[in-house]
Design a protein around this ligand. Structure first.
Ligand code: FCB
Length: 437
């Protein structure tokens, strides 16, 4: 059960590193946003975060002790590329080289994300993702990292473009940002494939929308509309070099989304694997008063985590199945899946996060079902290794397997950490836990 399966954990640079102006790092849009009152709950910033920039060795030891086989993290572009014409920042590069070498010492495979939302501010100042110049800047940054980290065998161009594009983080022009992200992805992936032997993919936060009533044609149409807007807008270009039919109408766009013939070929890069960040699976109902999608989400009685996200482990299988049915046998990884529960340290100096264990158990059981159904799901990365800066929620939401006591930065593995360790190491226990469901 889940043998030959990659068990991992995931993090991202801004959420854990801290060291926001250390060793030549320049500000990113998240430094700017968190330093501007009103953007982040309680005025929290990522200035120190988990201080992973200075405590990375300890963190890799904790990963090794957890027995994970792979670690997904992201590179802070602002550590590597100060505003031109200043040269590449060697100290930033060194940090990631040391990290990768240490991971490899412990046989932990690095899965490296190039962009997890923290655009250098100097790029935002020239229009960010809305300016086509960003394509060459992104490819340039990526090429520097490909050269600097030759032992990395798995690269991810973007994390959840839907989130940073829809939230206008790093741009002010929706259709241009969508196009430029996809073109930057395509150009970078084909450059990598032409010059290196490893694998390159992208991580999308896909959702398998469920009709409120399977018998209702209108609900099915509503599902189709929201799926095109949320999933299809990224999947169709990447797999087929085109936007979904009717997308401009569904987004009410005056400046249309389109690709020229040449761009189609750039975007359709044949990725080596697809990363799916799976969190939820909303129920959708037809609503004529909500044009142009004519759809609304229905509140249902799923249990929710402390972000208010409905817990629906079955959706993990559904989304993998949908991708296989539409796009064939592309290797899949769940590059994120996790839950916010604010369990705290108790008097025994432990964190008894039963609800997280239960959540993981159910989602891993659906990973197992997915594999058993012949879908090429290759691995699972739990979000997250440790509690961290949860974007506009600051430190108020806790997703980690490890507790962080922020005043001292002390790390304490939670019960879920020990449970996951046992799942990874002990085949019998894994079988027993999966079968219990
Ligand atoms: C995902 C993000 C990740 C984290 C989790 C909870 O959408 O990629 O950085 O915030 O949600």
């Amino acid at each position: 059960m889940l043998d030959n399966f990659v068990f991992g954990v995931a993090t991202s640079a801004y959420q854990i590193e801290g060291g926001w102006d250390a060793d030549g790092k320049v500000p990113s849009i998240w430094d700017e946003m968190s330093h501007t009152p009103g953007h982040v709950q309680n005025g929290h910033t990522g200035d120190i975060a988990c201080d992973h920039y200075h405590r990375w060795k300890k963190d890799v030891h904790l990963m090794a002790d957890l027995s994970i086989q792979a670690y997904r993290f992201s590179i802070s572009w602002s550590r590597i590329m100060p505003e031109p014409p200043k040269k590449v920042n060697e100290k930033g590069i060194k940090f990631y080289q040391k990290l990768v070498n240490k991971l490899l010492d412990y046989d932990i495979k690095p899965f490296v994300t190039l962009y997890h939302w923290d655009l250098p501010k100097w790029l935002d100042d020239i229009g960010g993702w809305g300016n086509p110049d960003i394509i060459k800047h992104f490819k340039g940054f990526a090429s520097v990292m490909f050269e600097a980290l030759p032992d990395v065998e798995h690269w991810i161009t973007f994390n959840e473009p839907a989130v940073f594009v829809n939230n206008s983080w790093g741009h002010h022009n929706y259709p241009e940002a969508v196009r430029n992200v996809l073109l930057a992805h395509g150009k970078t992936a084909s450059h990598y494939k032409a010059n290196y032997d490893g694998k390159i993919g992208i991580s999308l936060n896909l959702m398998p929308f469920i009709p409120n009533d399977w018998e209702s044609k209108k609900d099915l149409l509503a599902v189709e509309n929201v799926s095109k807007r949320h999933n299809g807008i990224w999947l169709e270009p990447i797999f087929n070099g085109r936007f979904p039919d009717g997308i401009n109408k569904l987004y009410n766009l005056k400046n249309k989304l389109f690709f020229t013939k040449e761009e189609k070929n750039i975007v359709k890069t044949s990725i080596d694997f697809l990363g799916i960040n799976y969190y939820s699976c909303p129920t959708v109902k037809y609503n004529p008063y909500k044009p142009p999608v004519n759809a609304m989400f229905v509140n249902n009685d799923y249990l929710k985590d402390e972000m208010g996200v409905g817990i629906k482990p079955h959706g993990l299988y559904l989304i993998c199945k949908q991708v296989k049915e539409k796009y064939g046998d592309i290797p899949l990884y769940i590059t994120e899946n996790g839950c916010a529960y604010n369990d705290v340290l108790t008097h025994d100096n432990k964190v008894h996060d039963r609800r997280r264990i239960n959540y993981m158990k159910q989602h891993l059981a659906y990973c197992n079902l997915t594999v058993e159904k012949g879908i090429p799901l290759k691995g699972y990365f739990h979000w997250s290794l440790m509690n961290n800066f949860e974007w506009s929620f600051g430190y108020t939401k806790q997703f980690g397997l490890i507790d962080i006591h922020y005043p001292t930065l002390k790390r304490t593995p939670k019960d879920s950490y020990y449970w996951y360790k046992k799942i990874i190491k002990d085949e019998e226990f894994r079988k027993k836990e999966m079968e219990e469901l």
